[in-house]
Design a protein around this ligand. Structure first.
Ligand SMILES: [Zn+2]
Length: 382
């Protein structure tokens, strides 16, 4: 199969007059169009960008499904919904809950085949329960607890847990981090009151991400840089940001991109079950959530995840930070891929990589999504 006539966003350059050649599930080559081999299967991308598919490392649910439902239908339904928004791979994200509920959600993903018609699940992001009671956000405070080796050993054994959000200042958190890093599991600082020094120490132990930067963490003071000061200034740390313009002021998104650069910023949605559905009453991992004007809150008024989609987040952040699409797109593709050990396979259009890609117009509307060489979504009337 070939994709022709579009502007191909590769890691090094935007290529026009080039053809992207796909063989089976893989990108075989990107060649000047005049030297492309004849192929009966051609997708015409005239007037469109050809970009890598988006990767969301922090997303709880959508379209009335939630990772904590722990059903194959939930994972399938989420994958289908995300594909409509340009996502080709995502990390179903759990909520803080009793041990059995988290274990069920993890086992469900482990047993779930990849969908034929949607985004792939690339592993589980376990958000909590080892989080600070001082920064719960919408995580149910009564189930927040200290790291429990009996519990997290099961997560390790599952083979699908790839990212754990943790407050590194908790007792024995660094022990868990050391064990996880040995198994190539990534860690994100989140829902944390860690001091600046504790953030650097966590990074020394191998922590390389921050969960929804600004939200659910000790903020910045010029004599006490806090969790946020550590995250913003330690170049080892990739910073996730919910780019919905609600969880943080647009100027703070711009500030983050300036501090970390597009090479260390990861766009996430932190989307919940209500995403893609009308305003109303929903639940988030068993907690009641009210959605008004697309803004989700729990009873005490705390923001509770988002109803954002990653195409919309990318569009927002281009606007907030004054970036072009080729400048902004790594934050939704190659940067999360690198942070999750997927570079070479995912997040970039290059020979040998999976044929996971999207066709976008200048307004970041998704025209077509392809996962592993298969078209999983095509807009009727984009
Ligand atoms: Zn959170």
């Amino acid at each position: 199969m070939q994709i022709v006539n579009g502007s191909i966003i590769t890691p090094d350059a935007v290529l026009t007059d080039h053809t992207l050649v796909i063989e089976g599930r893989t990108i075989q080559a990107i060649v000047p169009s005049e030297s492309a081999p004849a192929d009966p299967l051609v997708i015409d991308a005239r007037g469109l960008w050809i970009a890598p598919g988006f990767i969301d490392v922090h997303v709880h649910g959508s379209d009335n499904h939630d990772t904590m439902d722990a059903t194959p239908e939930a994972i399938h339904g989420m994958g289908r919904f995300f594909a409509r928004h340009g996502v080709t791979g995502y990390f179903p994200t759990t909520m803080s809950a009793p041990a059995e509920a988290i274990a069920r959600a993890i086992e469900n993903v482990a047993a779930c085949p990849q969908p034929e018609d949607g985004a792939q699940h690339l592993g589980v992001h376990v958000e909590g329960p080892y989080l600070s009671k001082d920064f719960p956000g919408a995580q149910p405070p009564d189930v927040l607890r200290l790291p429990d080796p009996g519990e997290y050993a099961q997560w390790f054994e599952s083979g699908v847990v790839k990212l754990i959000t943790i407050a590194p200042e908790l007792h024995d958190a660094l022990g868990l981090i050391d064990e996880g890093i040995n198994r190539r599991i990534e860690f994100a600082i989140g829902h944390s009151g860690a001091s600046y020094e504790q953030v650097l120490k966590a990074a020394d132990h191998g922590v390389r991400q921050a969960t929804h930067t600004f939200n659910g963490m000790l903020g910045l003071h010029h004599r006490n840089p806090g969790t946020l000061g550590g995250v913003l200034t330690d170049d080892r740390i990739y910073a996730q940001i919910i780019g919905d313009g609600i969880h943080t002021h647009p100027a703070m998104v711009k500030l983050l991109v300036r501090a970390k650069g597009t090479g260390r910023t990861i766009l996430i949605t932190d989307a919940i079950r209500a995403t893609g559905l009308p305003d109303g009453d929903y639940d988030l991992g068993g907690q009641p959530v009210t959605v008004r004007d697309g803004v989700c809150r729990i009873a005490n008024g705390s923001l509770a995840g988002s109803t954002a989609t990653l195409d919309g987040v990318l569009r927002n952040v281009m606007h907030f930070a004054g970036l072009t699409l080729p400048e902004a797109i790594p934050m939704a593709t190659s940067v999360p891929a690198k942070a999750m050990h997927l570079a070479g396979k995912k997040g970039a259009l290059q020979p040998g990589a999976d044929a996971d890609l999207v066709l976008l117009d200048d307004d970041v509307q998704v025209h077509l999504t392809m996962v592993g060489g298969r078209v999983v979504y095509q807009a009727d009337n984009p």
